[in-house]
Design a protein around this ligand. Structure first.
Ligand code: HEM
Length: 416
């Protein structure tokens, strides 16, 4: 064979394959089977943490990146969630750890106090007007705290209206990325987001790379925890007020008789309402799948690979916990929690790709909840109350939920 033929043959084979896959009949085959969902602990662990000998880091990253390509397309990001490159992984994880490092160093007390001050400042300036939609408030405060405390934005530049535009656009774009929508709408949303981000955080080329993993999850933990604390002011509410006054680790961990620790409340929130309900991995269908070029695999994800879904939400609500659908932070207290039940807590993933923010995030979310609750009463002669909608939401679904301004002595119940 001549050298030209050696080069041309694989290119021709790939071209023919691409043309065939573009044909309507073939596209149906390429859609593949529906994803397989696994709910048992051992199956989930096998999917998320295969042995290093059986699966290399780059194959593991590839298996996460393929189902996440929609995020690369929607947000134009290239972080470790969408890339199979081990160098991207090590650099991104190191950079993300660096953002959080001072919160667990000798500087930690100062950093957590600053975190509280920034949150309170944002709460006091964003709590305005007769009503505020609950999800918008949780999103804007969480976003503001992240970009100020982790990415060095100036708190004074974060005017509420622009932050609300950016957080709504991120949410809309996230939801649109699950559909086939592309084009003008998604382009305009991304432009809106990045125009503001580059103004607030000029030193990062693409701040969304860091903002997305932190913001997308954290605001939903804040939103899910707050109504439970609000509904129990004398016990759980006291624990959060004490933590607001003294945001140190010992206070976060402290159980007092029948009063749950703040950490237990956050663990229970993450158990019952994990923001990442399902973690997807793409597993190869054929022995030869790994030699198919990445762009071809990404273009036809269900043909060369099949999707397996680790259903963390259903595992965390399984019968290893009594009354597993009830919010009960005391179940995490010593004497009640068992090693078996604790093993099912996988809200931060498991294995080599588990979350690097798992220590920081529950404490940060708790301090945001505590600062919001503290701020509701800090209006002269008036206060904000939480009006509940019919159901707790997730990323969407907070219809009817709002903070409403009432006179201090007006007895508005949080339950309608
Ligand atoms: C409550 C908030 C959070 C939740 C529920 C959460 C959840 C998760 C989950 C489930 C994973 C594993 C993904 C997978 O296996 O495919 C993950 C990975 C990751 N998270 Fe988080 N996360 C949170 C906050 C954060 C924050 C605040 C940061 C950083 C500032 C962060 C950075 C990361 C990074 C870098 C990874 C990838 C680790 C790796 O690939 O080695 N997360 N997170």
């Amino acid at each position: 064979m001549t050298p030209n033929l050696i080069v041309a043959t694989p290119i021709l084979v790939i071209l023919c394959l691409l043309i065939w896959l573009r044909l309507p009949g073939a596209r149906n085959t390429a859609k593949g089977d529906p994803p397989t969902t696994v709910t048992a602990l051992n199956e989930i662990r096998e999917i998320l943490a295969p042995s290093k000998r059986a699966v290399s880091l780059s194959v593991l990253l590839q298996s996460r990146a393929i189902p996440n390509q929609r995020l690369r397309r929607a947000f134009h990001i290239n972080n470790t969630f969408v890339s199979a490159d081990p160098h991207v992984h090590s650099r991104f994880v190191a950079d993300a750890r660096r953002l959080l490092s001072e919160f667990s160093s000798r500087e930690s007390e100062r950093r957590w106090s600053e975190f509280r001050e920034v949150t309170s400042h944002l709460v006091n300036s964003y709590l305005r007007g007769p009503t505020i939609p609950y999800d918008v408030f949780a999103q804007t405060i969480t976003f503001g705290v992240i970009v100020v405390t982790l990415l060095d934005a100036e708190v004074s530049e974060l005017e509420f209206e622009s932050v609300a535009i950016v957080t709504k656009a991120i949410n809309d774009l996230w939801c649109l990325s699950k559909t086939a929508a592309e084009g003008d709408v998604t382009h305009t949303l991304l432009l809106d987001i990045n125009t503001h981000l580059h103004r607030w955080i000029p030193k990062y080329d693409n701040p969304l790379e860091f903002i997305l993993p932190a913001f997308e999850t954290l605001w939903r933990v804040v939103a899910a925890a707050l109504p439970h604390v609000y509904a129990d002011p004398d016990i759980t509410g006291r624990a959060f007020a004490d933590f607001f006054d003294n945001p140190v680790e010992a206070q976060f961990e402290c159980f007092l008789n029948d009063r749950p620790s703040v950490r237990a409340v956050m663990q229970e929130t993450l158990r019952l309402y994990p923001p990442t309900k399902r973690i997807k991995r793409s597993i190869k269908r054929f022995a030869l799948t790994p030699i198919v070029p990445t762009f071809v695999r990404n273009t036809f994800p269900n043909f060369f690979d099949k999707t397996v879904v680790a259903d963390v939400e259903s595992l965390q609500r399984s019968d290893v916990w009594d009354a597993s659908h009830t919010f009960d932070p005391m179940r995490h207290s010593e004497g009640r929690v068992t090693a078996e039940s604790q093993r099912t807590l996988l809200g931060f993933g498991y294995g080599r790709l588990a979350c690097i923010g798992r220590t920081w995030a529950p404490r940060a979310a708790a301090l945001i909840v505590a600062a919001i609750l503290e701020g509701l009463d800090s209006v002269n002669g008036e206060r904000y109350v939480l009006i509940r909608g019919d159901e707790m939401g997730g990323r969407e679904g907070w219809k009817g939920w709002e903070f409403r301004l009432v006179a201090k002595d007006e007895g508005v119940s949080c339950y309608r």
